[in-house]
Design a protein around this ligand. Structure first.
Ligand code: SF4
Ligand code: MG
Length: 323
């Protein structure tokens, strides 16, 4: 078995008194798309930033192709981390408003001193294959549509020849039809270029469409993970079930009873004792308030952190309306 391309082990990120990421472990294999889901503020974006080196870990390790970043020289670390590119939630964050598309696409090559005709031709071929024609080259970011700006950001990320793209809410703010196009594009590029993705989103419809595996986060911790198909069909953690019941519009057969979570997402600076979800969990028992459940591996590549995980049960069919 080859080492996972990327692995995060027992990662902790603390800002002041707030623990944004609290003991997260993840693995990403070559060619795989892993979804990271959860409500905003659960620590997903912090994980993305840590993986690409924008946020130091307080504890824990990140390894790329079996090499632990903390153990290698800083030059080696830069080279390893270049293989992972972050697609920001807001393309404006990565596209300088003063540069034309031409310069934006050339810049990553220039930084690597690799701006030679064959590399530029390769980038332009990728750009054209995803619908960015040469006529866009003289434009500035504000002259692009939302979909075009995301594509420019994507081609820029690909110019670094990454093995992994970390995409943080890649479809946020786009029209549904443009969202679909972008997801199809990401999938096609993954297959063509042999990329792996870490796709971060609160949108389970998006995650369900493109990922192989999913990890669900709640207040800085992973509460459930597993293959997307089985996890969506039979969530074992009450939080996953609640997220799915309010989000999924995929198809009626998968629809379950809607579970409305009571209460607000607690502050990560003061997480509840015991199971962090217990104040909102419809299935909480007394034990849940005092003992924190740990992530336990089960059958079929599934893991769950819950004292009373849901057993597999048939999906609830929508009832016909009487009368
Ligand atoms: Fe709910 Fe208890 Fe499971 Fe936490 S451990 S998710 S409170 S049932
Ligand atoms: Mg975020």
């Amino acid at each position: 078995m080859t080492a996972p391309f990327l692995s995060l082990k027992d990662a902790i990120v603390r800002y002041d008194r707030l623990t944004a990421v609290d003991g997260v472990s993840l693995e990403l294999r070559r060619g795989e798309t892993l979804g990271l889901v959860g409500e905003s503020g659960c620590g997903k974006s912090t994980i993305a930033r840590a993986i690409v080196g924008l946020q130091p870990l307080t504890a824990g390790t990140i390894s790329i192709e079996g090499e632990t970043l903390q153990d290698v020289s800083s030059q080696r670390r830069v080279n390893l981390q270049r293989r992972i590119q972050l697609l920001f939630q807001d393309p404006a964050a990565s596209l300088s408003p003063r540069l034309r598309v031409q310069s934006l696409l050339a810049e990553p090559l220039k930084i690597r001193r690799a701006f030679v005709p064959e590399n530029w031709a390769r980038i332009m071929a990728v750009a054209e294959s995803i619908g960015l024609g040469e006529q866009l080259l003289p434009r500035y970011p504000h002259q692009l549509s939302g979909g075009q700006a995301r594509r420019v950001a994507l081609v820029r990320a690909l110019a670094a020849e990454p093995s992994i793209i970390v995409a943080d809410e890649p479809t946020a703010g786009l029209d549904i039809s443009v969202q679909g196009e972008l997801l199809n594009l990401l999938r096609a590029l993954r297959d063509r270029l042999g990329l792996s993705y870490l796709l971060i989103s609160h949108n389970l419809n998006v995650v369900g469409r493109v990922t192989d595996r999913v990890a669900v986060m709640y207040l800085g911790q992973i509460v459930e993970s597993g293959p997307t198909a089985t996890l969506f069909r039979e969530p074992a953690h009450p939080y996953t079930q609640a997220l799915l019941s309010v989000n999924l519009t995929l198809d009626a057969n998968r629809r379950r009873e809607r579970i409305v979570l009571s209460g607000e997402l607690p502050s990560p600076s003061n997480p509840p004792a015991g199971c962090r979800f217990h104040k909102r969990c419809p299935l909480a028992q007394p034990k849940c308030a005092s003992e924190a459940p740990t992530l336990q591996a089960g059958a079929g590549g599934r893991s769950v952190a819950c004292h009373f995980p849901l057993a597999a049960k048939p999906a609830v069919m929508p009832q016909p309306i009487a009368g």
